[in-house]
Design a protein around this ligand. Structure first.
Ligand SMILES: Cc1ncc(COP(=O)(O)O)c(C=O)c1O
Length: 465
């Protein structure tokens, strides 16, 4: 069985083929689409012409209509070593037959402890403890709660303010949308967001930093806004700052040179915790285990998910410094130290998937593979620098974005058109966030596939009106 799986994985080599005039009707005639309320999807538009996937293998999806599509987004930033990696599949299959579930409150199992050990080894030095969640959103809310709790257990209960950043994405739970900086994700729930929150400015600037290769040289001064917030609120009221080291969901905003370093200095000076949300940037996406190592800046807390299990089973993790965790370890020994946890924290299937994923990363040297692909990826992306339809090109590691000029009066229309035309005409899956086309290639992509993917994107963008 395993041999068979390996064979399929190895023989379905990725390629990008065109498919102009594809059959648009994919769904079985008796399948009603009404009941399923899809996440972050234009439901009514999607259901008119559904894009349905039947299976996934290696670098490809297979659509309901039989077409083989190249996955230019490696899942949803999740599946860096390819879909249905045989080693991860086998680990999960084995685990489900051995122990499907184990209560995680006042009970434990070996894999969760082993995984925590391995993750803290992989993490920057000093992040020695790990709390498990089931998603990036839960990791973020867990991290924010740990930050608030930390100050409180140390007798600093006034430190309750949380600082996020405009254009930050930290998932969809209440903590995450409160510190997040995406208007559309906040406005419906605005009245009940967390109150004591402030935001730094985002670091994207078309005038000074458009078409930057990697980190822009402009923008480090924006970190000084944290000093301004400290003056306004007083450091004694601020618990933590949370940022994505490279903002992902709002269209790849790499940190200006020196920016993260400056944030670190200011946080340290004022006793404010620094949280890096590494749900995307963790596990090789930018050529290192975590962005913290790539940028040489150590936060106090890291949130992770996605690449932790290669997307195979939902799981998230919060990596916490020894200082923080130790602060909670007081009071009577029989008492629970942190009143927080999920039924599925450290779930056996997720832990098995994660352990197998970490093994694959080591065996295939995935993070070094990703690093080696960066130059080619950046070159291909920046071939669009002078395209009349493109107003910015941004990249860092294996994260990239092409920003299209919006169609007058219809922001987002061109971006969605590119996504759909790639799917129907080019057998290519990409993601758009409004008019920003995003790329998240596999850590083990073949260079020829990266080139073919960009050739396909060029055909689609050239045809836009
Ligand atoms: C930086 C960041 N944080 C949090 C999340 C939320 O993760 P999830 O969708 O698993 O809840 C995401 C998802 O893309 C993310 O990019």
């Amino acid at each position: 069985m395993l041999f068979y799986a390996v064979l399929i994985y190895a023989t379905r080599s990725p390629d990008v083929t065109t498919n102009r005039g594809a059959v648009m009707q994919q769904k079985p005639t008796d399948l009603s689409m009404d009941a399923y309320w899809m996440p972050f999807t234009a439901n009514r538009d999607f259901k008119k012409s559904p894009r349905l996937i039947a299976s996934a293998q290696g670098h490809h999806y297979f659509a309901n209509d039989g077409r083989k599509l190249y996955d230019g987004f490696s899942g949803l930033w999740t599946s860096g070593v390819g879909h249905c990696h045989p080693k991860i599949v086998a680990a999960v299959q084995h685990q489900v037959a051995e122990m499907d579930f184990c209560m995680g409150f006042q009970l434990g199992h070996n894999s969760a402890f082993e995984l925590a050990n391995q993750l803290t080894q992989l993490a920057p030095e000093g992040l020695d403890h790990c709390f498990f969640t089931n998603s990036g959103s839960e990791s973020v809310d867990t991290a924010l709660k740990i930050a608030l709790g930390y100050h409180r257990v140390r007798g600093d209960a006034e430190r309750v303010r949380l600082i996020g950043r405009q254009r930050g994405y930290h998932g969809v739970n209440f903590g995450g949308i409160s510190v997040g900086g995406i208007g559309a994700n906040r406005k419906m729930f605005g009245a009940n967001l967390i109150n004591a929150v402030d935001h730094l400015s985002h670091t994207h600037n078309l005038q000074y930093a458009a078409f930057s290769h990697g980190q822009p040289t402009w923008g480090a001064h924006l970190a000084e806004e944290l000093e301004a917030l400290v003056s306004l609120h007083d450091a004694s009221t601020i618990a933590a700052v949370i940022v994505e080291p490279v903002a992902g969901s709002t269209g790849i905003l790499p940190p200006p040179v020196g920016y993260l370093e400056r944030l670190r200095e200011i946080c340290t000076r004022h006793g404010i915790l620094l949280i890096f949300d590494e749900v995307i940037t963790g596990f090789g996406r930018i050529g290192a285990p975590f962005a913290a190592q790539r940028f040489g800046v150590r936060p106090d807390i890291i949130t992770a998910a996605k690449g932790l299990t290669n997307g195979v089973v939902p799981m998230g993790a919060v990596l916490v410094s020894d200082d923080i965790q130790r602060a909670f370890m007081q009071g009577p020994e029989q008492a629970v130290e942190l009143f927080h946890g999920y039924t599925y924290s450290g779930h056996p299937l997720a832990a098995a998937a994660a352990l197998a994923t970490l093994e694959v990363y080591r065996e295939e040297d995935s993070f070094a593979q990703a690093l080696a692909l960066e130059t080619l990826f950046a070159e291909e992306l920046h071939r669009f620098d002078h395209h009349p339809m493109i107003i910015d090109v941004r990249n860092f590691g294996l994260m990239g974005a092409l920003e299209l000029a919006p169609r007058e009066g219809a922001p987002g229309a061109r971006g969605l058109e590119v996504h759909k035309r790639c799917f129907w005409e080019e057998n290519l899956v990409l993601r758009n966030s409004l008019d920003i086309i995003q790329f998240s290639p596999f850590l083990n992509s073949r260079p020829t596939d990266i080139r073919s993917m960009f050739a396909a994107v060029r055909r689609v963008i050239d045809a836009l009106t």
